[in-house]
Design a protein around this ligand. Structure first.
Ligand SMILES: Nc1ncnc2c1ncn2[C@@H]1O[C@H](COP(=O)(O)OP(=O)(O)OP(=O)(O)O)[C@@H](O)[C@H]1O
Length: 255
């Protein structure tokens, strides 16, 4: 599925395969994403979704095939401040350490500024503006331990956004977040995509909710099939049935 020109190509995976020492996980995965794409990644437990994200982020190296980021071979890509990543909430330790919202969001500038450079007034303003953007202006100097799950998730989004990424990768960002906050969260992502033409990849087990917001759906089960949202919605039952078998009813919302 092509819908952009080469300058707008943000991610390309060409025949990417990956196995852990004893476990074959991804098989000949091809994927092309363009500026402004919002792709949802769907697949059962253990199908390789987190592995795919780690490969794109350079945390793992493909066993075979190539990855290009912003048109450059990934092994030569250095511009990591263009890539924002929000890990699963569990990986953040659920806000257990005594930092403030301001401190956590400022830490998102470390990659861009270098570890020991002090924040300039412009950086501090940027941090405050991003925190306001995610609706937490009144929490700027609050400890993150005092926030709800939904608020905490927005802090981690703000940390990813403060360096102005062009690609945002989110791994199950809505786990443990209440329904109302989930809608606000997707509203925020949509406005980022519309205002900044940000490219986004999101893994979520809440297929019904996620697919309302994305424009493409990547179905992963060791191999990957990319569908337009329209195509996915038309064949949702069959696609989910093939991937998930009988658990499909739990996952798909029937509107
Ligand atoms: N470090 C590792 N060493 C060996 N096997 C691993 C490792 N990490 C993951 N696996 C295995 O690789 C497969 C894919 O894992 P991955 O975490 O990518 O799947 P996933 O689709 O993200 O799963 P989930 O939906 O449960 O988060 C699983 O079978 C998993 O057990």
């Amino acid at each position: 599925m092509r819908n952009g020109n080469a300058d707008d190509e943000i991610i390309r995976l060409a025949s990417v395969s990956f196995h852990y020492e004893d476990k074959h996980v991804l098989d000949q995965v091809n994927l092309e994403l363009f500026r402004g794409d919002f792709v949802g990644i769907v697949g059962p437990n253990g199908s390789g979704k987190s592995t795919l994200m780690k490969l794109i982020l350079g945390l793992l190296t493909p066993t075979a095939g190539r990855i290009l980021l912003f048109g450059q071979p990934q092994e030569r890509f250095r511009d990591w401040s263009k890539v924002g990543y929000v890990a699963q909430q569990a990986a953040h330790g659920a806000g257990g350490f005594p930092a403030t919202v301001r401190e956590v969001v400022s830490s998102g500038l470390v990659g861009k500024l270098g570890l020991f450079r002090r924040l300039k007034p412009a950086d501090r303003e940027k941090v405050a503006a991003v925190v306001e953007r995610v609706g937490l202006a009144d929490k700027l100097d609050k400890r993150i331990g005092s926030l709800s799950g939904g608020q905490l998730q927005r802090v981690f989004i703000a940390r990813a956004l403060v360096a102005d990424p062009e690609l945002l990768i989110l791994d199950e960002p809505t786990v443990g977040v209440d329904q109302e906050s989930i809608e606000q969260f997707y509203e925020l992502l949509r406005s980022l995509k519309d205002e900044h033409k940000m490219t986004m990849m999101i893994v979520s087990h809440d297929v019904g909710m996620m697919t309302q917001w994305v424009n493409k759906v990547a179905c992963l089960q060791h191999t990957l099939h990319l569908h337009s949202k329209h195509e996915f919605e038309h064949h949702q039952e069959e696609i989910l049935q093939v991937m998930y078998g009988d658990t499909v009813r739990v996952l798909a919302h029937h509107h």
